[in-house]
Design a protein around this ligand. Structure first.
Ligand SMILES: [Fe+2]
Length: 349
């Protein structure tokens, strides 16, 4: 158990409060009140184990403030210099880029983070780091599609998929990042031609989230859908028999395996620019790349660990191994505005 004692030090008329953690492993001065403030858009029950393991290791507690990613960015921005936020965690490199552009993150120098997290899944300026990966894949109806007919994202713009593709709207950041990856791979002009063909193949105007696309594929509304890998894993693991029935009908295909690899994205985070407990915040990020935390972090949302040699969640082993597009995920942020404009021009609703 950790006991915190407050000591009042008089400096003339002013009184300063210093919290000294006496027992446990916490170090005086590492964090005010022995607590870090984590602003996170993750909301998985398993994350509690993540925080408990950090507390056990360091004696530091985690005070969790939850919200949607974009709302938390705005909250930290509006709190300004007085923000209690130490660490910000969210999903999609496109959104981490928004946090970077909003000026709420600071670069972190940590040999642990730099050696354990591959270059491609962290900001080149070390403003944010990926802690788990998700693949944006093709979900296909096993009764209607032979996977040998599937190949690349590029192929989805050809006539053979006319009226067969399900995908959510262009306002969704996962799709914006996917389109950004196509702009990066082919240039704007070719990516836009692809976009025109792709949109003309939609089975219906975009509606619903990634789960809705998978359910649509199972129901035969479209032959194939685009969704993040963990959505199918979640349905597979669901206690509801109707979810399991959906997952049973749908196969997962990793596109572009003979080329640059499948489009991946990250869950990630960084240290807030005004972090009152910077040193402890860095310790927390370093904890997230420990084998123990990598397992919990990736399992929380059925994602792939970023650190090599950490075993992947069991449910993902059934999908097999795949090659990832090695492009640095910060590109998705850099090209986000262009991706949105492209999607608008090709009438992707
Ligand atoms: Fe998601």
């Amino acid at each position: 158990m950790k006991i915190t004692r407050r000591v009042f030090i008089g400096t003339g008329a002013a009184m300063t409060t210093v919290a000294i953690a006496e027992l446990g492993k916490s170090k005086p001065g590492l964090a005010q009140n022995g607590t870090i403030n984590l602003y996170s858009s993750r909301h998985y029950d398993t994350d509690k184990a993540l925080y408990d393991s950090f507390t056990k290791k360091t004696g530091l507690k985690v005070n969790l403030i939850e919200g949607k990613g974009d709302e938390l960015i705005e909250r930290i921005r509006s709190e300004g210099a007085n923000s209690p936020a130490d660490v910000f965690i969210t999903v999609d490199a496109g959104r981490l880029w928004r946090a970077q552009e909003a000026g709420i993150l600071q670069p972190v120098s940590s040999s642990t983070l730099e050696s354990k997290i591959p270059d491609s899944v962290r900001s080149p300026e070390n403003l944010w780091f990926g802690f788990s990966k998700r693949a944006r894949v093709i979900m296909y109806n096993k009764d209607k599609v032979n996977p040998s007919a599937l190949s690349t994202y590029e192929d989805l713009a050809t006539d053979k998929w006319k009226g067969k593709i399900l995908i959510r709207s262009s306002s969704n950041i996962y799709n914006q990042s996917l389109v950004a990856s196509l702009i990066e791979a082919h240039g704007m002009s070719d990516a836009e031609s692809w976009g025109k063909g792709f949109v003309s193949n939609f089975a219906r105007p975009p509606e619903g989230n990634d789960t809705a696309q998978i359910k649509g594929v199972a129901a035969g509304i479209g032959d194939i859908g685009i969704a993040n890998s963990y959505y199918l894993a979640r349905l597979k693991k669901s206690n509801k028999t109707e979810d399991q029935a959906v997952a049973e009908k749908v196969g997962m295909f990793f596109p572009n395996q003979d080329e640059r690899g499948t489009h991946i994205n990250i869950s990630g985070g960084g240290v807030v620019k005004t972090a009152p407990n910077k040193e402890a915040a860095i310790k927390f990020l370093e904890h997230l790349v420990s084998p123990e935390a990598q397992k919990i972090f990736s399992e929380g949302n059925n994602e792939y660990p970023v650190v090599a040699d950490v075993s992947i969640p069991q449910v993902l082993t059934t999908f097999g191994e795949f090659k990832s597009d090695p492009v640095n995920v910060s590109v998705y942020g850099k090209l986000n505005a262009e991706a949105i404009q492209l999607m608008d021009r090709v009438s992707w609703k």
